[in-house]
Design a protein around this ligand. Sequence first.
Ligand code: ATP
Length: 726
Amino acid sequence: MAIESHTDPLTTEIAVEQAHVDLVYARLGEASRSAEQVASAGRSLFRSDRGSYVREEDGTGLYERDVFAFQAAKRLAVLDAEHEGLVFGRLDRTDGEVRYVGRIGVRDDDYEPLVIDWRAPAAEPFYRATPTQPMDVVRRRVLRCQGDRVVGIEDDLLDSEHADGELVVIGEGALMAALSRARGHQMRDIVATIQGEQDEAIRAPYQGFTLISGGPGTGKTVVGLHRAAYLLYSNRRRFESGGVLVVGPSTVFLHYIERVLPSLGEESVTLRSMGSVPSDVLPVTGERPDDPPTAAVKGSLRMLPVLKRLVTEPLVGHPLELRVVVQGQVLVLPSATLTSIRRDVLAHHKLNAGREAAEKALLNALWRSRPSEVDMERDEFDELVTGLASFAMFGHAWWPTLSATAALRRLADPALARRLSAGVLSASDAGLLSAGLTDLEERGPTVADVALLDELVHVLGPVPPEPAETETSLFLDADSEYSEILTTADRLATPKEVDPFDLPHRTYAHVLIDEAQDVTPMQWRMLRRRGASASWTIVGDPAQSSWPDAAETDRALREIIANAPVRRFRMSTNYRSPAEVFDLASQVVVKAYPDADLPTAVRSTGVEPLLVVGQDLAVDVVEQVRALLGEVAGTVGVICPPSRRDAVEAHLSAAGLEGSERIAVVTSTESKGLEYDGVLVVTPDDVVAEAPGGVRSLYVALTRPTQRLVTLDLGSPGRWRPEPQA
Ligand SMILES: Nc1ncnc2c1ncn2[C@@H]1O[C@H](COP(=O)(O)OP(=O)(O)OP(=O)(O)O)[C@@H](O)[C@H]1O
């Protein structure tokens, strides 16, 4: 297409790029139309009229010619209009070649690339080339599109020696332009502006463990997500069939990141919050937090022996002896024999899978204890005893099938919790544990309970599926407190194809954990079950941790890694916080954690954080939020200590501000991983006092803004401030 000549170079360049973008969309339009034809042609091609198959080469030819168009059309279907353009980059190379880079690869009719997929090796220079190492690139150009329209251009001249006189260079750099844009409530992909050190982590080989660390705002989350997309591209067969699991701290966080992968054309990734990881084995999920001391007990590996003791602990009211009558003779197994049988069977079987073995062991013991008056063969004896109602009822009461929830609920009993945790938990920790489980039935599990439940599923074994027709319980009422216990009739009706050793966890080929610094040791065990033979990407920053015992969680992670290869990447640049804001935040964190990994903030707004001392929460919160709404174009986060959250919401609501889509009221824990253009941190001293991570939690809050930070102390300047205030 001929391009009109304009005096304004930007308009001319946009028109040049628009022509290419139009070509790509036209080609994709054709691909979409032919995609269905290709599919049906493919279906019929392999079948001739005679019902035999055509030669494989012919089929392969068709496949090769059209598969890219089919795939491209399929991927295009998942890219909706909100993303920032299918084609976003262009490389002008020293040899005169021009390469376009986009979210997916598209070829023309002659199989020549119109756009290269950003993950392809040929696109690497787009992310790695620098003026010192231009990688044969003269000019890197980022195209900013809205839908299929090119609306802006940002260039980097990488090799001025090879630039001919005609080469136009526009703009001040795509990165700064992207970083200054207002934020919404969902994360954007960074595919057009991935930086060199980020690209290395994204394209690292998949094997073993890839650990990505770095301070706040360094792009760890977004890099992790692009890595998931990269792995799917470079090893699609392995990862699409094996599955990729992405785990984040909460559903709010998942909602925040959920558009990134679809915007890159990837939909085949499972996103889970920490409280919903075991949805494969549990009918419940957990979103509620525990208070920090209780969460610390529930998350610790000290819970392991407690849970083990819990599953071997007989139920309240279990029979103390087994008594059956055979040929008029009373046969008795006393309590000590029962205890020893129980111990032996549990040494080799999970509780929910041990019933048959337990029954056999009972029969053996009864056979051995029979008096000489019992005169029958062993087979006959077994048949007779197993047919006795008293034996069946005993079996059910003594060896019930137990669900994880029913088991955990028992620890809400303070006396039992104390007894089972003797020597492992202090009396006060045992008290926290039982108090922290009293709500389990009514309100469902907390996030920390979910890892305990998963552990229990592991220790107990899966509950065999319910029989198709529920038969009347042998001796438990329908509304009995042990409603999850299956009856003997249930057990007998249970199909034998349930393999007790076939654990029901869904496993994945790759597991990506974000905010890994907050993963408790019990949660690491839960995650490991989903990635027993997976490769892993683990993303985190210890300085933002909420977990009190960093050494314990480190040990748990080391155990998972074991001898697998480990690759480490450190992100060194903070792309989120303005330098003025990050300066304050880093002074706060290093006071308490001198080893915090502090990145360099790349952007400066010239606006210092505003440290307000107010007198009245209601008046000051409303005033500061109003001011922030006026100063920034996007979102405003009000980060509160949990104790003030309701009051803050009420004050904003009374002022008519609550309904605003731009405002979010959150605690520092909830704000993990998120960002807002303007942030008001309410009473920072209370954030430190109430949040699990103390100063680290305040550090999280102070590093959320992309533009403006305001803090509100009441009465006098807070103790959290880096410099004592006059
Ligand atoms: N290369 C980049 N181009 C454009 N924006 C970027 C780039 N890298 C990071 N960002 C932006 O910086 C912000 C911070 O990124 P991200 O949330 O991934 O950081 P993080 O290291 O996970 O932060 P935290 O540890 O504080 O949660 C996001 O808005 C992200 O889009």
